[in-house]
Design a protein around this ligand. Sequence first.
Ligand code: PEP
Ligand code: MG
Length: 758
Amino acid sequence: MNRHSVHEWSGSRRLLRELRDLMKAESTTQVRLDQVVAMIASDMVAEVCSVYLMRAGEVLELYASKGLKPEAVHRTRLRLGEGLVGHIALRARPVALADAQSHPEFAYRPETGEEIYHSLLGVPLLRDNRVQGVLVVQNVTARSYGEEEVEALETVAMVLSELIVSAGILTEDETRHSEGASVVPARLSGITLNDGIGMGYAVPHHRGIVISQVVAEDPGAEVLRLETALDEMLGRLEHLIEKQDLGGAGEHQDILETYRMFAKDRGWLARIEEAVRDGLTAEAAVQKIQTDTRSRMAKVKDPYIRERYADLEDLGNRLLQQLLGAKGTAQEDDLPDDMVLVARSLGPADLLDYDRSRLRAVVLEEGAPTAHVAIVARALGVPMVGRCKDLLSEVRPGDFMIADAENGQVFLRPRQGVRASFSEALEAREARKAAQAASRDQEPRTRDGTRISLMMNAGLLIDVSQLPSSGAEGIGLFRTEVPFMVREAFPDVAVQRGFYARVYEIAAGLPTTFRTLDVGGDKALPYWSGGEDDNPAMGWRAIRIGLDRPAMLRQQLRALIGAAAGRELRVMFPMVAEVAEFTAARRILAQELAHGRAAGREAPSDLKVGAMLEVPALAWQLPALLREVDFLSVGSNDLVQFLFASDRGNPRLARRYDALSPPVLNFFRSLTRSADAAGVPLSICGEMAAHPLDAMALLGCGFRSLSMPMSGIGPVKTMLCSLDLPALTAYMEGLEGSAGHSLRERLRGYALDRGIAI
Ligand code: PEP
Ligand code: MG
């Protein structure tokens, strides 16, 4: 078997050069492609190499093959989502399988004669982020393709994609759907604002407002009209606040209250009134302020402030609607039963206007996970995808669309194959949910009997209220900054204490670890400015602010101590970079405890103080750190971004480095060994713990406690109950010396071969 190392591959340009020379040759397209696949097959030591190209925006046609029967070329066609090839194209991800035929997506095509080939490695041919085909190699033996081979084929695919275009193998006409551009399926990328999958018909959120009169005849009367419309709008908002029944948690009420405060914002109203006094009609004045707000918004980078501008814009729209008596989209009764709401941005009250029973998903061009509308979507359980560039120019009213918020992608006008795949995915998701609900009370124990602790992450009361049904044993990370971010003013000690006391009540005795404020940098509070940071993730944030402005930290700790009264208090500090920072923070906590005792207040029954390990420097102070802390929790979101110096929020870098890679896994392994030796409890609370394959790798590195978003608890529990931990640990120890970009495919292969439920 030919095993290239990555080094050899990136160094060996021979194949790539030969490929390029071949494509430039004077022979026909078919001859050139046939030579290309033969060359790749020989270089990869594969019996088969095939190229499938996308035609008419939906069909993958076998264009050339070395190894499959010649009569299948230009005859075998697979729809997007059909078979392994269709699957690779649909998900735009490589697939490596030692036993391809036992994979549920395998679709047998008799004309190809492929029944004798057991293993398959396929990668998408991507150009401008769009899939234009799939490159596949197959072997007779059950070959486990290593990550080097996946990478090698990806490199070849990259070159091939360029060549396909430059050699004119596929013309634009061939790729375009025959029925014209408006029905061409499209895939848009975005980010997940609320997990889930939803499909239905596109309903653009607009109100069709047309202003016919701009100049006022009687400015006094216009001021009156404005005031009346404002009163009515407020009345409707009050009604919305009263009408909502989103469970007993509470933030959505806070949000709507905030919203109401915005509506009463003097600055905003004063600007509208001023425009009326300048001679505009009330509606023209509102629209003018809307335009101003929009242009200000375009200049603002801070995500929180942008969202607040979006709230104001939403209010402006409602006011216009009120002034013009226009019917809102949400009130129209000809809305489809299955609808996907699309908008540039959306306010929380807007979302509440729609009939929840018809709303399958929401897709936005803008939006951030901390946006009010995203929080309301979570409360309502509506899948939501945000930051979908070009959404509004691509989608037409009534288009069928799929919002895959699990993977942050949207499919417009998908063909039947894609729809069928997602219908199945949706059913599987429902079935999984049901199975997970059934496994809720099952103990998280691996097959060999190792007990694993599964905790959930939370940031809102809405999350905490799901704790009893989540199957988690407690809250491993409560992000206290989140409630601060949805408020309009800094909450004082009493408000904070009341909030944390609610958390304790709802958590009903299950352990909860509060992380002190992780604000600053990119997590801005509207009422507090820490100044500009050139490099926000590495800026003045978290414990750095806590120690430099101890009053804020002190108030929070006082509120936590007060709320804990008579119960266990678990606190951890974020972004600790050196032991001295931890001891300084702990000292403040001790002072606050003493302060409470002196004031005769009931103290917590027990106290555990820990640090988050998310700055790599801390790992080189472990002996001293482990003597000081009661526990450690790895923040893998930040840790991985700092290890690779790769911004966690930059979509361009999202797939560049993999957490399941030798540097990260080696780091974790040495960490768990040190913590175990010192007898200090160690857990991990980044998002990666929620993905079964990643969670498997974490257990293999020695973690025994994982904290994750609630959605991960069920799948991770199912995974670990099917896992033989000593065998995995031994296998992963064998990988310790490996190099390369990622161990993901190898670990996936390990899991699939052993029936581990990833
Ligand atoms: C982390 O960094 O992994 C973490 C859990 O904290 P946050 O995502 O809030 O930065
Ligand atoms: Mg962090």
